[in-house]
Structures are given as structure tokens and as C-alpha cells.
Write a protein that binds this ligand. Structure first.
Ligand SMILES: Nc1ncnc2c1ncn2[C@@H]1O[C@H](COP(=O)(O)OP(=O)(O)OP(=O)(O)O)[C@@H](O)[C@H]1O
Length: 343
């Protein structure tokens, strides 16, 4: 049993590399904790390692990606802790869908193009709920479709007969089919037009409130994440550079990169910002990074930033952001965060 009853996922110092002549160190010692019903948003520019982290957390990495360090613990609904990195494929199959599921950007890749929507629900139920008969499986599939706003008759449709938005809703319904405790969503609405995005996001928020699952939601759109997340991690060059309650980040982001992102992205609900991008590009993740990876683009950088990597400072109760400004006289004081806000 776990001593923290609401804990769902704890990742500690997770690192992932794409192997090659010069490996790409895409995720570098990332730690996070997720509690029941919590929405953790992960933001960052393209290529900073968000998807790689999502694949690592759900044990879906495929060669040439390898997890090179760290542990990932998952606590199931009975309070049993599983070391995901040590699971046998059979054990992993039992947990996947039933305990945690995934929604990725391309619904078309997630759906089987040659079988009906109903048959795809059937596959999941046959494996995980063998006691259900055909009629029960069909009825449950119809109810799940209804739940995500799709006409239950669509159970007979094939993926190509559905619009992009409908397909993504089907993928969400499939992910929720066994009422998992955790759903990892990687850019689930990015390929859709803004109105459909909005509808689906509202749907996800409603379902989460109704069913109580925790969400890891990944997108480059920080504005959107601030709206839907309880806590927010900002990723840069494979690392978390700021990790705090979303509401607090919206009001008083500490890391210059987060501040830059906040200025760069329009919010989905209007309220355009002045959209100044962050000059320069993220570093090449095949290189060793000396000092702060953001220093070459940071308007506040000073000598120490170029030689010494700042730490995230995850001491209990402190606002974690990795920036030397925290230690500069007259710079930001170490920021305390009330612990209950993280729960
Ligand atoms: N199959 C692969 N082989 C080698 N390198 C890869 C592979 N997939 C991703 N990478 C590299 O890993 C790094 C992180 O990529 P990742 O896709 O995780 O970032 P991301 O933040 O999700 O970006 P995006 O928002 O564009 O999906 C990038 O430098 C990318 O080039």
C-alpha cells in the first residue's frame, strides 16, 4: 500500500535517449507526481521532449528510444504500487486501458482503419472484461459514444466515415472505456479546427469531473494549459524548468522561459497577448549542455548561467524553477508554494 492515498503516478529522475552515433538525450532527469483527479499540463516548444516523456510514462517507447534512467511508479485503484519500468509485457497489458490509457494527436493512427468503431471497443472488452457478452459490449460501446457526444448508431461506422473531430472523440471514448485512473493526452486536439478543439476540451473537462480520472495533458499551447490544468510543468531541452500550480504560474511565472512562453502564445479563449516570440532556438539535444540550456536565449543571463546548470530546487514547499536568478541579490526570493495547492 502507498502512504499517500491519492497518489497515482510518481516519476523520479526519468531520462530517455534516442540511440545513435550521437544519442539524442530527449528527456533529462524529469520527476513528477500526479494525484487522483489532478490535471497536470506539460508545456514547451516543439522538440523539447514532451511526447518522448509521455511515451516513457506509459511504457510505449520504441527503439531507438530507451529509458536510460529513473523510476516510474504507478499506484492502481487497489492501492498497489507497480514499478512500470520493471513490468513484464503481460502485466503491462493488464494495466494498460484498465488503469491508464493514452490519447495521441493522430486519431487515424490510433484507430484501426479496417474495422468498425464497435469492433474496436469489442477488442478492449474481450481482453479486459471477458465476462461481458456481445450484447453487453455493444451496449457499453453505444453508451461511451453517447458520452463523448457521438450518435450511438456510429458504432457501426468505419473510421474513414467519420470527421476528424468525431474520430478524436472515438479515441477518447476508447481511452475511457474501462474507466482508467489516468489518461495521458498528447496534443489530443491540435490537428482539429479551433471550434472543434474547444468542444472537445470542454468535453474532456466535463468527463474528468464526472469520472474523476487524472490527466497528463501535453501541448505546446501554454494558454490552453493554464485554462485546464491544476499543476503545470514547463519543459525545455528535455527538462522541467518550472513546475507549480497552474494558477500561480499564470499570475507570477518565475522562469524567464515560462515568461517568454506566456508572451508568445495566444489564448484559446481570445484575449490575445502581444505575441513576442522567444528569439533563438532550443539547443541540439545531441550535445552536452554546459550551464543553463536556456542561457543563450535568455535576456537575464549572466556568467554563472553559462557554466553551471541551475537546479529545479524541489525542496518541500518551495516553488520549483531552475534559474540562477533565484539566488541573485535583489533577484527573486526562493518562492514558497503552499503544499496543499499541489495536491
Ligand atoms: N525517433 C526518433 N529518433 C531520433 N530522435 C528523435 C526521435 N523522435 C524524437 N526525437 C528527438 O527527440 C527530441 C524530443 O522530441 P519530442 O517529439 O519528444 O518533443 P516534443 O516536445 O513532443 O515535440 P513536438 O511538440 O514537436 O511533438 C527532439 O530533439 C527530436 O528530434
Amino acid at each position: 500500500m502507498n502512504d499517500d492515498a491519492s497518489l497515482v503516478l510518481r516519476a523520479t529522475d526519468v531520462s530517455v535517449a534516442y540511440e545513435g552515433r550521437r544519442p539524442t538525450r530527449a528527456v533529462r532527469e524529469v520527476s513528477l507526481e500526479l494525484h487522483a483527479g489532478e490535471v497536470l499540463g506539460i508545456a514547451g516548444e516543439s522538440g523539447c521532449g514532451k511526447s518522448t516523456l509521455a511515451y516513457a510514462l506509459t511504457r510505449m517507447l520504441r527503439p531507438p528510444a530507451v529509458q536510460t534512467g529513473g523510476t516510474i511508479e504507478y499506484v492502481d485503484r487497489d492501492g498497489r504500487t507497480w514499478d512500470l519500468t520493471a513490468l513484464e509485457p503481460g502485466e503491462l497489458r493488464k494495466l494498460r486501458w484498465a488503469e491508464f490509457s493514452m490519447v495521441f494527436q493522430s486519431a487515424m493512427n490510433a484507430l484501426n482503419p479496417v474495422t468498425s468503431v464497435g469492433a474496436q471497443f469489442d477488442d478492449i472488452f474481450r481482453t479486459h472484461r471477458p465476462e461481458m457478452d456481445r450484447a453487453e459490449r455493444r451496449e457499453r460501446a453505444r453508451r461511451l459514444l453517447e458520452m463523448v457526444g457521438i450518435d450511438p448508431k456510429r458504432v457501426r461506422s468505419f473510421p474513414h466515415e467519420l470527421s476528424g473531430g468525431m474520430r478524436q472523440r472515438v479515441v477518447i471514448a476508447l481511452a475511457l472505456a474501462l474507466e482508467p485512473r489516468l489518461v495521458v493526452m498528447d496534443e489530443p486536439t491540435t490537428a482539429l479546427d479551433v471550434l472543434v478543439q474547444r468542444e472537445i476540451l470542454d468535453e474532456i473537462s466535463r468527463l474528468r469531473a464526472e469520472l474523476g480520472f487524472a490527466v497528463i495533458f501535453i501541448t505546446h499551447d501554454l494558454g490552453l494549459l493554464l485554462e485546464i490544468s491544476d499543476s503545470l510543468a514547463v519543459m525545455y531541452a528535455g527538462q522541467f524548468v518550472e513546475y507549480a500550480p497552474a494558477r500561480r504560474i499564470a499570475e507570477e511565472a518565475q522562469h524567464p522561459y515560462t515568461q517568454g512562453l506566456l508572451r508568445s502564445f495566444p489564448s484559446l479563449r481570445g484575449g490575445r497577448r502581444d505575441l513576442r516570440g522567444i528569439p533563438g532556438n532550443p539547443p541540439d539535444l545531441r550535445q552536452d549542455l554546459d550551464g543553463c540550456p536556456f542561457a543563450p536565449r535568455c535576456e537575464h543571463a549572466f556568467d554563472r548561467c553559462r557554466t553551471e546548470a541551475p537546479q529545479l530546487l524541489a525542496a518541500p514547499g518551495y516553488w520549483p524553477f531552475s534559474c540562477h536568478l533565484r539566488d541573485v541579490p535583489n533577484g527573486s526570493e526562493p518562492r514558497k508554494v503552499e503544499v496543499d495547492e499541489r495536491a
